[in-house]
Design a protein around this ligand. Structure first.
Ligand SMILES: [Zn+2]
Length: 799
């Protein structure tokens, strides 16, 4: 973590020492630094949502998250842990304050700071990151009650020139028997914490026997400032269908800062596991990676979150030796802003494979490295280097077709294939096309300097577990995005850890020339990492202790938040979610409204909104824009009315008094019972010549009959981007289902195969727009149960 800042700090140091020209970025020979190219038009907001605004559907904790999780109002003290005790659908199961364990540090400092973690084979490894590198091991065979096992004392961090976190990362082998500790150190500047008695850190990897807590190997790694991350992976010896080239075995992939990925073989040494160099995969900027034996084609792929420069990269590492070198096995590149050098920062990366498609998830880390260069500002790269003035995005990208993404065309490579600017245009266009959905925090709180930004993540089933520094742990339901829909993952739960008694916050003994780490840790809590394991969520607080939390329950069957069982694990290596079946929920989906209507008022361009209620609760009405001309805009909320108890008129203007453009809209009426059960009605509207008129429904109100849910992703599809249409439905009782699509002449143009389906699972289909003429399409869903067939029809307009 934080290597970007390390590099910036390092380059500042070079600036100070060698008086190089300003520009806090290390530029290697051959690396182009083009910035403001008119060829690449700036996005509307490429840092927050990307080019396509996602549909926003509230989860059970979205509102509470917006109100509570990102507290930053005047008078709020980020150091008072009692001010941060907020949670939704999650509870603390255990808290180990670790006062004793972290007081044993022989450096004699007040305290030590915790960092990243990993869990394998019932062992949790929690990193000590500063003022020395080290690891705490816990027995988590019962994750609700972790037990401290032992501690490994690694080298001391440097603290004279720059106080860099030298304990950078810890990774466990799959059996939980070996730990790999990544060590960062700016070796060119000697210096230690005064009074340190530990060995000074050397950049590289330390291999530790978990059972004894002893070092079995130390591998120096050539780098600029050490190793940020190491991940071990066993390349399997099959399948036969994806044989060659293949070199099976256990490998360690390490981020050698500023150099690329150092590949080593894990072998048997005299003291235990040891490392044999294979070579270096050259990449100029790298932060983290995810390695997976691909469930689709059987190859082993390494996905690299490439820091500032390159978004993410995909390599084939089935034969790691063949991948060594300069982009030899590079398959794909994704970057929304290839023209920018210091905008959002690709931080961690994970992959979900669903229905034959690969979805890459990648949170960006937001920080504030000062003003963006003027060149980059002109290039649409934001005002702040690190984009800390924006709410950080978590991108979800469809990487099924590597060839559709940039192929080995680094924006700054000199491979002769066109100018860098021309390649950037291609990469940008392909990346925009591949973006499925984006999450940003519910409060739209800017990241600031790391304070409210996503950090580490883990995909389990349809859930994304996300740690976020001062905002704690968030659990998101990404089922819609993992089905290919442009819908923001929604909050299933969150907790901001606030266990007491607290440890003292580490206090720097001396004042380094350039303070970095000690200037950053003055918040409480600060959650770097969390891991879902056997039904609990484990998390370490840098300035607190070690926690276990309950996993959020499945969301109740409210609008847009389909009730899902904890989904199966993403891959065999990951811990299994507890077996569960959907719990029946009393059918109350129509308990709120008797009726809801929205009618155009004619010439003045307004809308008359009316409803009748069954319960005495206030109503929220949202107006969403869906298209503008032939463009599918995504679900863009243009007005919100809250606390309504009776009919009202709206003048058809947005919050700033501007007339709304023509296009397709819908009004969403929402009422919630005191028990939290929501009833929602959507009314589709067309606006032409400045007037609202009725349109056919694209979203069926939830029902208590056999067909519980039936909805289209939006009332429009196609357009210039040929956006496909999502079709989703869900049964209350098992039945046979047939879906057909008819054009406006009632001719069936597509028939999905009929299927006998179980209740309680959301089914998703896609209707591609390509090859379809413009006009209305009717999506008919027939449900047959006990010999009776009922048909429901929804309509979408192909733009
Ligand atoms: Zn705070």
């Amino acid at each position: 973590m934080l290597r970007h800042i390390l590099l910036v700090v390092l380059s500042l140091l070079f600036v100070a020492v060698a008086a190089t020209p300003a520009g806090a970025h290390i530029t290697r020979p051959g690396q182009s630094t083009f910035g403001a190219q008119a060829l690449v038009p700036p996005n509307s907001d490429p840092f927050t949502v990307g080019p396509r605004t996602p549909a926003v559907v509230d989860g059970p904790c979205t509102d509470r998250s917006a109100a509570l999780q990102y507290a930053d109002e005047k008078g709020h003290d980020h150091l008072k842990i009692e001010n941060h005790a907020v949670a939704c659908q999650m509870q603390q199961q255990a808290f180990l304050d670790l006062k004793k364990e972290l007081d044993s540090d022989p450096l004699g400092n007040d305290d030590e700071v915790l960092g990243e973690m990993d869990v394998e084979g019932d062992v949790a490894a929690v990193l000590i990151t500063y003022p020395r590198a080290g690891v705490l091991f816990f027995d988590v065979s019962n994750p609700a009650a972790p037990k401290f096992l032992r501690r490994y004392n690694g080298p001391a961090c440097e603290g004279t020139a720059i106080d860099v976190d030298c304990g950078a990362f810890v990774d466990l082998s799959r059996d939980g028997k070996t730990a790999f500790l990544s060590v960062q150190q700016i070796s060119v500047i000697p210096g230690l914490n005064p009074g340190a008695i530990a060995e000074p850190a050397r950049p590289g990897v330390q291999v530790i026997n978990v059972a004894t807590g002893m070092l079995t190997e130390e591998q120096p790694v050539v780098s600029v400032g050490g190793v940020h991350t190491s991940r071990d992976h066993v390349v399997p010896d099959g399948p036969k269908s994806a044989e060659k080239p293949r070199r099976p075995g256990q490998y360690l992939f390490s981020v050698a800062n500023g150099e690329g990925i150092q590949v080593s073989r894990v072998v048997s040494g005299p003291l235990g596991p040891a490392l044999d160099d294979v070579g270096l995969i050259s990449i100029d900027d790298t932060h983290d990676m995810f390695i997976q034996d691909d469930p689709i084609d059987g190859r082993t792929y390494m996905y690299v979150a490439a820091g500032f420069d390159t978004g993410f990269l995909v390599y084939d590492v089935t034969d790691p030796q063949a991948a060594v070198g300069d982009g030899k096995q590079l398959l794909a590149q994704w970057d929304l802003t290839p023209q920018c050098r210091n905008d959002w920062y690709s931080h961690t990366i994970d992959v979900a494979t669903r229905n034959g498609r690969r979805y890459v998830t990648m949170p960006t880390e937001g920080f504030n490295n000062g003003a963006q260069s003027e060149d980059d500002q002109r290039g649409g790269c934001g005002k702040t280097s690190g984009n800390g003035d924006k709410a950080s995005a978590l991108w979800i990208v469809d990487a099924t077709d590597f060839k559709a993404l940039g192929q080995g065309t680094f924006a700054d490579a000199t491979d002769g294939r066109g100018t860098p600017a021309a390649r950037a245009v291609k990469i940008k266009a392909a990346s925009e096309q591949a973006l499925t959905a984006t999450w940003t925090n519910a409060a739209a709180r800017p990241a600031q300097n790391i304070n409210f930004t996503g950090h580490n993540q883990q995909i389990v089933g349809d859930r994304i577990y996300l740690s976020g520094y001062h905002s704690g742990v968030t659990v998101l339901d990404a089922s819609a995005a993992f089905a290919g829909l442009n819908e923001r993952p929604k909050e299933l739960g969150f907790i901001v850890p606030s266990g007491t008694p607290t440890r003292p916050i580490y206090d720097q003994v001396n004042n380094p020339v350039i303070p970095f780490f000690s200037a950053f840790i003055n918040f409480r809590p600060l959650i770097w990492d969390m891991v879902f394991y056997k039904g609990s969520v484990l998390a370490a607080d840098m300035t607190g202790g070690f926690y276990a939390f309950t996993d959020p329950p499945p969301a109740p069957a409210t609008d847009g938040a389909p009730k899902t069982a904890p989904a199966p694990p993403a891959q065999p290596a990951q811990p299994a979610a507890p077996a569960a079946t959907p719990t029946p929920v009393a059918c109350q989906s129509r308990a709120g409204f008797v009726s809801a209507t929205a009618r155009g008022t004619g010439r003045n361009g307004g809308l008359e909104l009316d409803f009748r209620r069954r319960i005495d609760e206030p109503v929220t009405v949202d107006i969403f824009q869906q298209s503008r001309g032939r463009r599918v805009t995504g679900e863009r909320r243009v007005r919100r009315f809250t606390g309504k108890t009776g009919p009202f008129e709206w003048n058809g203007r947005d919050g700033r008094g501007r007339k709304l453009p023509n296009g397709v809209y819908f009004a969403r009426f929402r009422i919630e019972s005191p028990s939290g059960q929501a009833d929602t009605v959507r009314v589709t509207l067309g606006r032409s010549k400045g007037r609202f008129g009725p349109r056919r429904a694209f979203y069926r109100r939830d029902s208590c009959g056999t067909l519980q849910k039936f909805k289209l992703s939006r009332p429009v599809f196609g357009g210039k981007r040929s956006t496909s249409l999502g079709i989703a439905y869900r049964l209350n009782q098992g039945a046979r289902v047939q879906v057909t699509v008819a054009n406006r002449r009632e001719r069936v143009i597509r028939r999905y195969s009929a299927r006998q389906l179980d209740a309680g699972r959301t089914q998703r289909l896609t209707l591609p727009a390509r090859g379809l003429a413009r006009g209305d399409y009717r999506i008919k869903l027939s449900v047959t149960r006990d010999g009776r067939t009922t048909t429901s029809t929804l309509t979408a307009n192909r733009l």
